[in-house]
Design a protein around this ligand. Sequence first.
Ligand SMILES: [Mg+2]
Length: 210
Amino acid sequence: MDQTLSPLLSRNVFRWDHSDAYLFDIDGTLLNTRDGVHYNAFRNAVTNIYGVDASIDGVPVHGNTDIGILRAASRAHLIEAELCPSIAALLNQLHAAGKLLGVASGNLESIGWAKLEKAGVRQYFGFGAFSDQRELREDVVRYGVAQARQRLGAQATVCVVGDTPADIRAARAAGVAVIAVATGIFPKTELEALSPELCVGCCTELFQTA
Ligand SMILES: [Mg+2]
């Protein structure tokens, strides 16, 4: 590739493929769910309690029980999980290069793994850090970094991949690099303002700059 054509390379920025381990956020980073419904009490409750962004659209509520509604909404939510652009190729390349891959997510562990399973990428991840035991994202990411270094050694370089300002702040708090991907609800400009090591519209751009 002609490097003069690549603004990311010409700035000699962070080499996204040079870390030893990667901690991926799930929602908005690895995958997205297609909802399109308004926030409401149910959705907020499900989000707060289960850590997933679910809706009850299409779920029969009359004659159903709350548990039945929750179960159906969760199932629909899982089925709608859709990988973000180039995630499959990215995971495949990093895995082939021998990188250690984990997830750091605000999801509850069982829900996070179920989503990745449904999206067909569960097999890439050797470990995960979730919100079951840690309420703050900073703590989730710190725990993920600690797990990576437990496996690879204290000097291992770890890179967070996330779609929100909270992911960037959590990576900073943990003292590791972060790649911001604008495939969630936050625009690239907003993520760039927080100075992540690298910021892309979607992971397809990584392959254009490597
Ligand atoms: Mg996210």
